[in-house]
Structure formats: C-alpha cells, structure tokens
Design a protein around this ligand. Structure first.
Ligand SMILES: NC(=O)C1=CN([C@@H]2O[C@H](COP(=O)(O)OP(=O)(O)OC[C@H]3O[C@@H](n4cnc5c(N)ncnc54)[C@H](OP(=O)(O)O)[C@@H]3O)[C@@H](O)[C@H]2O)C=CC1
Ligand SMILES: O=C1O[C@H](COP(=O)(O)O)[C@@H](O)[C@H](O)[C@H]1O
Length: 534
C-alpha cells in the first residue's frame, strides 16, 4: 500500500464553505494492478539495503533522507531492516551517521514525542563498510554482514530481500554488478538493483552499459530510476488525462497548438561542474527527466495500469518522435560557468537548451513540443504548459487577452491551473483573462506530499516498475538525442552566452514564438501558493 492508499484508507479531508469535514472514501481499487498491499509489504521477510557510494552527494541529500522518511512512517521496521553504506572512503559507522544527521528531518507531525529519538533509531540501523569497488575483500565483508543479519532475523532458511542502490558514477556500475553477482547474490529471496541516471552518454555507451548489466541481471531485477517520475504532478498526469471526460476530446492536434515542458534552476553547477561539464544540460535533464514527462503527456491510454502496458505506450510515443531539426535547437551557457574551478576553461558545454520535438502520429502531427531546460536562470521551476488554439469566430475579441492554457506546475508548490477568458465582473460586457486554480498547498492542507525518491524507493520494495525506465525506452530516448549530442560534442553547435539570473538566450523565446506560442501580455497571475513563501 502506498501513501496515496493510506490517504484513502484514512478518509480524504475535504473543505467546503470554510469547514473541514472528513468523509469516508468509497472503496477504491489499487491504482496499479498487482501492487502489493501494505500488509503484504510489512509482513515481508527481512530486508537488507546496501547503498553504494554512501559517502557521496546523492546518498546524503536524497537516498538516506528518503529511507529515513520511509522508516519514520513504519515502512522499514527496525526488527527486520538493516542498511549498509558502502564506499572507498575511510569512514566509521559514526562518521557516516554524523554526515547524514543534518539531512534527516523528522516531520512536525511525527506522532513520537521526541523527534531526535526517531533519527537516532534510524541511524542505528546503518553500518558502514569501507571497501574498493573492484576488489573482493569489501564484498566478502558485505556478504558476511548481510548473511549475519539475515540469519538473525529470518533464521537460516527463511526468506530474505536484498536491495542494492547505486549512488555511484555509472562508470563503476559494471564492476560493482559483477562483484555483487559473484559474492552477494541472494539465494533466499529477491534482489533488486537501483541504478541512477545518466545511463550512458550516448546510444552506444548506453547499450554497452545495458548489455553489461543485462548479462548479469534480469530486467525485473534492474530499476533505472528517474526521480521526475516520482514527482506528485508527474504521477498525476495519468489520472488527470484519462480519468477526466473533458480532457479526452481536447487532448490532441485539433485543439492544442503547442506544448512546453520547462525546467529552470536559479543556481549554477555549484561544485558539480566536473560531472556536469562531461554531460551538459541535454544529457542531465532533457534526455531523461523532460522526455519522460513528454511521454506521459503525449501517450495513448494504456490498456490497463499494468506497468508493462504503460511503458509500452511510452515507447510508442518515443518511436514516433522525428529527427531534431537544426533550426529548432537553441543552446546557451551562462556567463560565469567557466569561473567554476572544476570546469575546463574553454568549455562549450551547454547549460541551457531549448529543443523542439515533433511527434508524428495521428494525435500530435503538427503540434510542437518545446523542451526547455537551463541552469542559473531567473527562477526555479518545472512545469508543463499546454497552449490551446485560438477560438474560431472570436466575437468577444478575446484573442487579445491571450490563449487558453493548462499549466501543470511540478515545482515549486505543486499546482494545476487553467488560464481562460471570462466576463469582467461589473456592468461592462468585457472579456478578461482569469484562472481556475488547483494549488495543492491550499487544497490539500493536511497532506504532506512525499518526496520523489521516497515514493520510488517504496515502489522498488513493492516490486512495481511502472515509474522506472525500461530498457527499450532508454534505447529510444538515446536514439532521439544522440545525433544532436555528437554534433554538439564535435563543436558544430555553439552555445549562446546568457547572463546569470536571466531567462536564458532571447533566441529561445524567439524559437517558442516562432513555433506558435503566444505569450499572455498585460496579465500576470501570481498563484497564492507561490505568494505563501516559496
Ligand atoms: N547528486 C545529485 O543531486 C544527483 C545525482 N545523480 C546520480 O547519482 C549518482 C551519484 O551521484 P553523486 O552522489 O552526486 O556522485 P558523487 O560524485 O558524490 O559520487 C558518489 C560516491 O561515489 C564514489 N565515487 C566518486 N567517483 C568515483 C569514481 N570515479 N570511481 C569510483 N567511485 C567513485 C565516491 O565514494 P567513495 O570514494 O567513498 O567510494 C563518492 O562519494 C550519479 O550517477 C549521478 O549522476 C542523479 C540525480 C541527482
Ligand atoms: O537529476 C538532476 O536533477 C536535479 C534537479 O532535481 P529537482 O528534483 O530538484 O528538480 C538537477 O539539479 C541535477 O543537475 C540533475 O542531475
């Protein structure tokens, strides 16, 4: 059972006419076929979680905090779970725990009296193993400690579960996989491997990595994590699109003019310049996070909620994407990027890109999808903006007001809102633009939205691969971008320099206007959820 099912079990909080009322929810089928229930999950056998690269940035900022959140909600019972951090760094258990403590935030609503005791209980579950990735010793020690834990909790013959999380640079994946296969295979239950993006640098390297992993482990054992698939609004796309009658006839080329999928960060590479410069914004954000979002925006209705049926539909969208046109690519690099000491002085790596993707199928032919991502821009946000066509026979002359738009804001402050034209209140018969707003912070005041990693880790424990990238999806995603990436790598496209804190190169705005996007002028809506302190 997932957090959403827990909410259902508890009864939704609804607010009406200023009152708060709890209504029992109607019996509701699990949102995903074959998903394990909480009972089944909690009754599960003993669990060992191994975090490779435990000393690193991702581990401390995302992996361990997500595990902590699952722990404090009761998903990782301390009588069955042990967490092993593994890395080359010479750390002790205490050394690792001290590193993590500042990143573990007990929720204000935690039922336990002393939040620091929850943190301590969690930290006590962690053992650190210092070892190399390519030699046997560390893995033998790891296997010994896991087996010891399993024997203690499950007896010598009981079922066990092993989860290996790769918070590591992908270059190390193959050797770690080989070592796990040789020394740490679970002979008494399942084992699952979680690998982080980037899965390769281009089609060839990604295929090679997939082959290397595929020789050792089955597709069912490999979870390619893309944390955008764990974000609330991204998970809502499927429900929003296919459970609402009024979207069904509109969601196509007849009504939609263009779609923008945008990622902006208001800070630069911040010490990750060494990694970033090798990859650039297309490999870091567009080829994975934004493309996954595009799939969910554009795919056909799957025949069921079975993860394979959903991923089949995503692959079909990817297969229908046309080669990228040179005149539909704008690259940028922020002024100041080269000042990062970890970035080579003559780097031409793009920190900004706007790219038009075109899907050649019956639903989307002629509708441009603009993928825009950049670092060191004017704001931090990620959103999907669907712009509708002009109303034919415009008797109110409302086209001057701007077009209908449906915006899904992934962050900050999750929201979905519709920009539409209404009568200006008053005596005059005038049309003005307004909005219908579902700001999550206002609407779901008592609900804490889970972090993406927390949700995805729970999916892994439940064996649900719906929100993970399948091998054929990955291959097709690289096929789309590899020709462009190779030409960028050869220096055939030069990034335009843009000031830090700006919207990016003005050429990108001209590109979006060129493909038909009409900006709304004279009216800026400031959603309440953004005013409230983000
Ligand atoms: N940081 C982030 O915000 C995000 C990261 N990712 C992905 O997660 C993975 C880990 O990222 P992150 O934690 O930032 O990476 P780090 O650079 O912090 O590396 C993690 C750990 O891996 C070990 N390591 C680093 N370089 C090497 C190397 N060349 N050979 C062997 N071991 C090495 C180090 O541990 P030790 O020396 O102790 O062994 C290090 O602490 C990467 O694939 C990254 O792309 C994905 C999304 C976001
Ligand atoms: O994968 C990555 O994502 C982060 C942005 O994640 P978000 O959840 O904060 O939107 C980005 O900063 C990083 O460069 C990239 O590797």
């Amino acid at each position: 059972m997932k957090q959403r099912e827990l909410y259902m079990a508890q009864g939704l909080q609804i607010r009406e006419m200023g009152t708060v009322e709890t209504i029992p929810t109607l019996p509701c089928e699990s949102l995903s076929d074959g998903k394990n229930t909480l009972t089944k999950f909690l009754e599960g056998s003993c669990l060992s979680i191994v975090v490779f690269g435990a000393s690193g940035d991702l581990a401390k900022k995302k992996t361990f905090p997500a595990l902590f959140n699952l722990f404090r909600q009761g998903f990782l019972p301390s009588d069955r779970v042990r967490i092993f951090g593994y890395g080359r760094s010479a750390l002790t258990d205490k050394g690792l725990r001290d590193r993590l403590i500042g990143y573990l935030k007990p929720a204000k609503t935690d039922p336990r009296k002393d939040p620091s005791s929850v943190v301590k209980e969690f930290l006590d579950l962690i053992t650190y193993i210092s070892g190399l990735y390519d030699t046997v010793d560390g893995y033998l020690k790891l296997e010994h400690l896991i087996s010891q834990h399993e024997d203690l909790k499950s007896g010598e013959k009981g079922q066990t579960r092993r989860l290996f999380y790769f918070a590591l640079p992908p270059s190390v994946y193959p050797v770690v996989c080989r070592m796990i296969k040789q020394h740490c295979v679970n002979k008494r239950g399942w084992m699952r491997l979680v690998v982080e993006k980037p899965f390769g640098k281009d089609l060839a390297s990604s295929n090679e990595l997939s082959d290397q992993l595929g020789e050792l482990f089955t597709e069912e054992e490999i979870y390619r994590i893309d944390h955008y698939l764990g974000k609330e609004i991204v998970q809502n796309l499927l429900v929003m699109r296919f459970a609402n009658r009024f979207f069904l006839p509109l969601w196509n080329r007849d009504s939609i003019d263009n779609v923008q999928i945008v990622f902006k960060e208001d800070f630069g590479t911040e010490g990750r310049g060494g990694y970033f410069d090798d990859y650039g914004i297309i490999r870091d954000i567009i080829q994975n996070h934004l493309l996954q979002v595009l799939c969910l925006v554009a795919m056909e209705k799957p025949v069921s909620l079975n993860p394979e049926d959903i991923r089949d539909e995503k692959v079909k969208v990817l297969k229908a994407i046309q080669p990228i046109r040179d005149d539909e690519v704008i690259l940028g690099q922020y002024d100041g990027y080269l000042a990062d000491p970890t970035v080579p002085k003559n780097s031409k790596t793009p920190t900004f890109a706007a790219i038009v993707l075109r899907i050649c199928n019956e639903r989307w032919d002629g509708v441009p999808f603009v993928m825009k991502a950049g670092k060191a821009l004017d704001t931090r946000k990620a959103e999907i903006r669907v712009q509708f066509k002009d109303v034919p026979g415009d008797i109110f002359r409302c086209q001057k007001q701007g077009r209908n738009e449906f915006v899904m804001r992934l962050q900050p402050s999750e929201a979905m809102y519709m920009k539409l034209v209404v009568k200006q209140p008053g005596l005059e018969m005038a049309a003005i633009q307004s909005e219908l707003d579902l700001s999550y912070r206002e609407r779901y005041q008592d609900i804490v939205i889970p972090e993406a990693y927390e949700r995805l880790l729970l999916d892994i424990l439940c064996g649900d691969q719906q929100h993970f990238v399948r091998r054929d999806e990955l291959r097709r995603a690289w096929e789309i971008f590899t020709p462009l990436l190779h030409r960028i790598d050869k220096g055939e496209f030069k990034p335009l320099i843009y000031p830090e804190g700006s919207r990016g190169p003005p050429e990108a705005d001209r590109l979006t206007e060129g493909i038909g996007y009409v900006r709304t002028y004279g009216y800026v809506w400031n959603p309440p959820s953004l005013k409230a302190g983000m």
